[in-house]
Design a protein around this ligand. Structure first.
Ligand code: FES
Ligand code: FES
Length: 171
């Protein structure tokens, strides 16, 4: 029988105790053990970005990490982007409205890549967005609509932030 180790993972705010082989990848644990199948697997070599998730807020390739490596980290998958009522979150809505997907295979990876980026940069230039999304591969969209979606979401988040600040100032 192969060696297993006990690990504790925190995924989308929920704690899981798991017994895994030390070499088991994070993407396999997410998809097969936790049934969080929103994270996709393409190349398994760190090239395509389909498996992109957030580890402590930063985009990371889940196919290149062992699950045991990320004990204690805050792991977020695409499932975390939905609103609490199950409806699409703002970034997902922007991808939908701007036609930022076609077959959708790459989409979870692009969403998490963009989410990590927008957490750091709320006023990105179009060129900065283009540079960021270039690290993942999409075979369908031609990228322009993905850039449109990220730009749109940045604008909506800035507007929401401004509205909250205005309300705070008025009270
Ligand atoms: S499946 Fe991880 S980068 Fe392609
Ligand atoms: S939408 Fe098909 S690969 Fe990106």
């Amino acid at each position: 029988m192969s060696e297993v180790q006990l690990i504790e993972l925190t995924v989308n705010g929920q704690r899981y105790d798991l017994a895994v082989e030390p070499r088991r990848t994070l993407v396999d644990v997410l998809r097969h053990d936790l049934r969080l199948t929103g994270t996709h697997v393409g190349c398994e070599h760190g090239i395509c970005g389909a498996c992109t998730i957030l580890v402590d807020g930063a985009p990371a390739r889940a196919c290149l990490m062992f699950a045991a490596q990320v004990e204690g980290a805050d792991i977020r998958t695409v499932e975390s982007l939905a609103n609490s009522d199950g409806s699409m979150g703002d970034l997902q809505q922007c991808f939908s409205e701007n036609h930022g997907l076609q077959c959708g295979f790459c989409t979870p990876g692009f969403l998490m890549l963009a989410e990590g980026f927008l957490r750091e940069e709320l006023e990105p230039t179009r060129e900065e967005i283009r540079e960021v999304v270039a690290s993942n591969i999409c075979r369908c969209t031609g990228y322009q609509t993905i850039v449109d979606a990220v730009e749109d979401c940045a604008g909506r988040r800035r507007a929401a932030l401004q509205q909250a600040l205005d309300q705070q100032a008025a009270t």
